[in-house]
Design a protein around this ligand. Structure first.
Ligand code: R5P
Length: 251
């Protein structure tokens, strides 16, 4: 049995709904349960950043580990400080990527030529997604920027003089939350002479005024996946989920 619910928008409602449903499914005799949670909320709170805070993802994982699910599939879950998610969630854990689907979108919608377009990851953690995007688009050059987070909304980006002059750029990141990272990255890249800039993200959270901030950048394209429903969720992660399900012989 496959249960799918992305913990987005009414996050706490969907979380409680998911917990209750998964537990009921097992009680009612489900033989095997595969939970697909494309966006795992609370995953970024993976440390006590300020004294007294909860390490939210650990708490959520403790609850999941009681649910007796056989597999958990997430999409580009923030795993930076989680070394063993199988153990944390007490199940077989698959973290698949939505970046391949984003790459297919760019390939279909835009003319992407080697030596003309460069992939940029806006921070060190984004190198993994820049690499995937680059290889899916035929081995395009990629580079990463350096980011320092000042507050929840404010980041400083050091473009480190990447060579983007007269180039088309695709920025790829896992999440756009307040939009601060993308706004600063675009500013920096334009100062260096980047031409058309496109942005692809897996989870378009778009908190607060983020969408308007991004619209003001007049990007060539701005696209996210449907792990979170938003005005830019133009790409489906269904093919990636189906592939994962097939690989665990669920279908
Ligand atoms: C950070 O770990 C993520 O990869 C994103 O760069 C970050 O969540 C984006 O946040 P914001 O849009 O608020 O700058």
């Amino acid at each position: 049995m496959v249960y799918i619910n992305s913990l987005q928008r009414n996050v706490n409602d969907s979380l409680v709904e998911t917990i209750l449903t998964l537990d009921a499914l097992r009680d009612l005799g489900a033989r095997e349960i595969i939970a697909v949670v494309p966006y795992m909320s609370y995953a970024r709170q993976d440390a006590r950043f300020n004294p007294g805070e909860a390490v939210s993802i650990q708490t959520i994982a403790k609850v999941f580990s009681l649910l007796r699910i056989d597999y958990l599939i997430t999409v580009d879950m923030h795993l930076h400080r989680i070394s063993d998610p199988n153990k944390l969630f007490n199940t077989r854990f698959y973290n698949i990527t939505g970046v391949r689907e984003l790459a297919k979108y760019f390939k279909t919608k835009h003319e992407i030529r080697r030596n003309e377009t460069i992939i940029i990851g806006p921070d060190e953690e984004a190198e993994q997604w820049a690499k995937i995007m680059s290889s899916e688009l035929g081995g395009l050059e990629y580079s990463i920027l350096e980011k320092k987070r000042i507050s929840a909304e404010k980041v400083l980006i050091d473009t480190r003089g990447v060579n983007v002059k007269d180039k088309k750029v695709i920025i790829v990141d896992d999440i756009i939350s307040t939009g601060g990272t993308i706004v600063e990255a675009v500013k920096g890249l334009r100062e260096l002479g980047a031409e058309d800039i496109m942005v692809g993200t897996v989870h378009p959270l778009l908190i607060g005024d983020a969408y308007n901030k991004l619209l003001r950048l007049k990007l060539k394209d701005l696209v996210g996946t449907n792990t979170i429903l938003s005005p830019i969720s133009k790409v489906s992660v269904a093919p990636a989920v189906l592939e994962a399900l097939a690989s665990i012989k669920a279908i």
